[in-house]
Design a protein around this ligand. Structure first.
Ligand SMILES: [Zn+2]
Length: 107
């Protein structure tokens, strides 16, 4: 890491080192964007912005995974509902067991 060619270093620009390819060979240069006020990096390469984007992405991933887990358990939930509809003697307990088995299952 670090800018190899000191003569091309531009302090008004983002300090991130960008990799680009010429004839399939990787080359490195300083990011061309201006840095954010109070930061040495542009909006894309600022560590706080990266962490915020990652947190947002993780949140979306968790929501999507929870939805998928519910889909995986649809048959089990349907069976519990069918038992309740068929006159289960303790419908609340049947529903609680189905929900608890979902919540206790490894993610
Ligand atoms: Zn940058």
């Amino acid at each position: 890491m670090g800018i190899q060619r000191k003569e091309t270093y531009r302090p008004e620009r983002c300090q991130h080192e960008v990799t680009f390819y010429q004839s399939n060979w990787p080359n490195h240069k300083q990011c061309d964007r201006k840095h954010l006020p109070g930061s040495q990096f542009c909006k894309q390469h600022d560590p706080a912005a990266i962490a915020a984007r990652r947190a947002e992405s993780d949140k979306r991933g968790e929501i999507a995974w929870l939805k998928r887990r519910k889909e995986f358990r649809a048959e089990q939930f349907f069976d519990a509902l069918k038992r309740i509809a068929d006159g289960d003697n303790n419908p609340r307990e049947t529903a609680r067991e189905a929900i608890a088995s979902f919540l206790d299952a490894p993610t």
